[in-house]
Write a protein that binds this ligand. Structure first.
Ligand code: URA
Length: 435
């Protein structure tokens, strides 16, 4: 087989065979296909697209490029949750303990953040002492003992995606339905869970900006998950503005703990209960998603979910005292208040701009090698729809580097659009696919 023939075939809108797709994945991962040829093929796929069968084959080839986790020593139906990426999305720390409290084992592998979206692993590392790398045996033991463990994805899971995603990131080929599907689902299918709940983000701060595109992505991922024998459900949710009020690593963990205490912002509480309800249902612990949601609510009310969070943190070496005492997180030295120059209502709060402002304040990385300031981030006092007076604080930017905090604050101002009329309220959960 010849890589040039594959590029030309896709460029001319041909359909790649299973063998051709496997040839590309195996040889690019193995190093015998150079980046320039892989980039050309990815760009041809970006413009010409792939049909469902090609997408399935690409996903399977990427799944098979490394190890497939064997979680069979963990009792029960293991349910995974994945978000396609958003700003302020700390739901893993809420839905994980809730689902575990309702008897659904959570054995999850998560990633780090790059660009304007944060990563679960970085957020977990803001908890003093917390270990995100565990030996397989300890990981399984913790899930059997506490019902929950979340670790960083090991390099042996879908290594093809690691290489291809890094190339897509610098060649303008991220935002393609088949490439996103194969990237996410190859990792999910290799991670060993029995069922998957996908939170497909839609809007300004998401890869899929329109509901139509997000639905297509959700449908494709559900079909591929089910075809691989894993019950898969997709929930399409809004990402026009950040989730909750906190953006940045330790700030988000604190907001997640507040939510588990029943004191979280309305949007994050609602979304978490919806996703957790779905996980409890497909994990076989409820008759339908609504009953799952009720069980989720009860676990918040009774404190059972908060107790699972305590066990989760303790099990992985973190200091569980942070649950009561937030001053145990690394502090930030600087803060800048961003104030409104006019009165009115917040018309828009652009999620992507907020994510970039948080990244610039020190909470995220511009390159993989960058160090993260765990205390950096943003607290949003005003979100879309809120009335605001001239001179009132819209948000506060935190961090340990004065210049970075100031840069974040300047960027944040561009995220706010203030107008005279209160905007229409948009629904947070737009659609469920696969039920
Ligand atoms: N998240 C992934 O893991 N891959 C993509 O392609 C997009 C979002």
């Amino acid at each position: 087989m010849n890589m040039n023939d594959l590029i030309v075939k896709k460029r001319d809108n041909g359909i790649l065979s299973k063998e051709e797709i496997r040839y590309f994945v195996e040889h690019y991962t193995g190093g015998s296909i150079p980046d320039y040829q892989a980039s050309a093929l990815l760009m041809a796929i970006y413009f010409q697209g792939m049909n469902e069968e090609e997408t399935y084959e690409l996903t399977s080839a990427m799944r098979d490029s490394g190890d497939i986790a064997d979680l069979s020593s963990i009792k029960g139906t293991k349910v995974d949750k994945h978000s396609t990426g958003g700003v302020g999305d700390k739901t893993t720390f809420i839905v994980g303990p809730i689902a575990a409290a309702c008897g659904v084992p959570i054995a999850k592998m998560s990633g780090r953040g790059l660009g304007f979206t944060g990563g679960t692993v970085d957020k977990m590392e803001s908890i003093p002492g917390f270990r995100t790398t565990l030996e397989e045996k300890e990981f399984m033991e913790l899930v059997n003992k506490n019902g929950i463990s979340v670790i960083g994805q090991t390099g042996s899971i879908a290594p093809a995606d690691k290489k291809i995603y890094a190339l897509r990131d610098v060649t303008g080929t991220v935002e393609n339905l088949s490439l996103i599907t194969s990237s996410i689902m190859s990792k999910k299918l290799a991670s060993g869970s029995d069922a998957i709940v996908l939170d497909v983000k839609c809007g300004d701060g998401a890869f899929m900006e329109t509901l139509e595109e997000a639905e297509k992505l959700g449908r494709l991922m559900v079909e591929i998950g089910n075809a691989d024998g894993k019950k898969t459900v997709a929930v399409i949710t809004d990402m026009e503005q950040p989730l909750g009020r906190a953006v940045g690593n330790s700030l988000e963990v604190i907001e997640a703990i507040d939510t588990l205490k029943g004191k979280g912002p309305e949007d994050i509480t609602k979304l978490s209960l919806t996703l957790a309800g779905m996980m409890i249902f497909i994990g076989g612990k409820a008759e339908d998603p609504e009953q799952g949601r009720k069980l989720a609510e009860e676990s918040l009310r009774s404190g059972a979910a908060l107790e699972k969070m305590r066990l989760f943190i303790k099990g992985q070496g973190g200091d569980p005292a942070i649950i009561e005492d937030y001053s145990l997180f690394l502090p930030s030295t600087y803060s800048v208040e961003v104030k409104s120059s006019t009165s009115g209502f917040v018309q828009k709060l652009l999620a992507k701009q907020v994510g970039l402002a948080s990244q610039h304040a020190g909470a995220g990385r511009a390159t993989k090698e960058d160090a993260i300031d765990m205390a950096a981030g943003i607290y949003l006092s005003k979100k879309t729809g809120a009335p605001v007076q001239e001179g009132e604080v819209l948000a506060t930017v935190y961090g340990n580097n004065k210049e970075k905090v100031q840069a974040g604050a300047r960027q944040l101002l561009a995220a706010y659009e203030i107008g005279q009329k209160a905007p229409e309220k948009k629904s947070l959960v737009k659609k469920v696919i696969g039920i």
